[in-house]
Design a binder for this molecule. Structure first.
Ligand SMILES: Cc1cc2nc3c(=O)[nH]c(=O)nc-3n(C[C@H](O)[C@H](O)[C@H](O)COP(=O)(O)OP(=O)(O)OC[C@H]3O[C@@H](n4cnc5c(N)ncnc54)[C@H](O)[C@@H]3O)c2cc1C
Length: 296
């Protein structure tokens, strides 16, 4: 089934801002387009500067030198589109990559073959009775937090709101790490498309070896389309960052935290990030205080 004009128009209107400039370049890729749902978006045959420009500007944390020019970009609308992409890549011996939040600096998701951009798969279901949040992997840490905030629950994912599923798939450290561990410590199941385009629901009980591997090396094992993770009730907490424009402040900050005994306190979480650019080198201290403050 080829895309109808109406479906193409609807798809173009719902395009994320970052790729709207490509709306006129939705393509029919023989053997692939007819396997995709009508809402999937396909780009192909664009020239280097446009494609690289779009990828670099929209996923600006990937080093420019790591960005590759894909032959085809697909933005799946449903899980079956992901399966169709993997099958197409397999059938045509085409390299494929997966792009989540684009914060992988090394650009390991980039490819010169078929790029599967997960950003349209953004369903989230917060089940407070079960204590589980289930979400599609086009979400970011920020979109998950927003979806969970009314229920006052939190899944240990990471701190930076624009970071995508790549964080959770390879570890995921955030401000709950002291009490709840990494994101992967709390995952209860994955939905995974493997190289043969089969869809698996992977739990420790159903496929324990695959589950073990997914908890840290997920991007080596297929395309993860959905994750179910334990969430936790959160009450009051406060957070913020202070940027010190002199990196030599770092040892003194660490000493101060240790002197106060804060590092031994579960209610206190701190993360330091050192930036070398733009100059001068600076250090950001990002603090989260859990609870009502009575621990301090
Ligand atoms: C500014 C900044 C802040 C950060 N903050 C944190 C933080 O607070 N906590 C933390 O843990 N990490 C943090 N990181 C590190 C970040 O988690 C990793 O760089 C992560 O790999 C980025 O994931 P992504 O989806 O955004 O990036 P991408 O570049 O899109 O993906 C990274 C890797 O994951 C793969 N991948 C993405 N989605 C899928 C999928 N659905 N199925 C299979 N493979 C997939 C890609 O193919 C690629 O190999 C931060 C990084 C930056 C640049």
């Amino acid at each position: 089934m080829l895309h109808s004009h109406a479906a193409l128009l609807l798809a173009a209107l719902s395009l994320p801002h970052k790729v709207q400039g490509f709306a006129s370049r939705i393509m029919d890729v023989p053997g692939l387009s007819d396997r995709l749902s009508s809402r999937a978006i396909v780009y192909s045959d664009f020239d280097n500067s446009e494609a690289i420009g779009a990828l670099v500007t929209s996923r600006f944390f990937t080093a420019t030198s790591a960005v590759q020019l894909p032959t085809i970009v697909v933005i799946p609308a449903v899980v079956e589109d992901v399966q169709a992409c993997v099958r197409h890549a397999y059938d045509h011996d085409l390299d494929f990559g997966v792009l989540g939040g684009g914060h992988g600096v090394a650009g390991l998701g980039h490819t010169n073959g078929l790029l599967i951009d997960m950003t349209a798969l953004t369903e989230v279901h917060v089940d407070t009775a079960a204590g589980i949040t289930t979400y599609q992997t086009g979400n970011t840490i920020g979109s998950l937090d927003l979806a969970s905030k009314d229920s006052r629950v939190y899944s240990p994912n990471g701190n930076c709101p624009q970071v995508g599923a790549g964080a959770v798939l390879h570890g995921g450290y955030g401000s709950m790490i002291k009490t709840r561990g990494l994101a992967i410590d709390n995952i209860v199941s994955y939905q995974l498309v493997t190289y043969d385009s089969k869809l698996h629901t992977v739990t420790n009980e159903s496929e324990s070896e695959l589950f073990w591997g997914l908890r840290g090396a997920a991007s080596m094992l297929g395309v993860v389309t959905k994750i179910s993770v334990r969430h936790f009730k959160v009450d009051d907490h406060y957070g913020g960052s202070i940027v010190f424009t002199n990196v030599s402040a770092l040892p003194r900050l660490v000493a101060w935290i240790n002197d106060k005994g804060l590092s031994a306190t579960n209610e206190f979480h701190v993360r330091f990030s050192v930036f070398s650019a733009p100059p001068p080198a600076s250090v950001a201290m990002e603090v989260t205080l859990w609870g009502d403050g009575s621990a301090f």
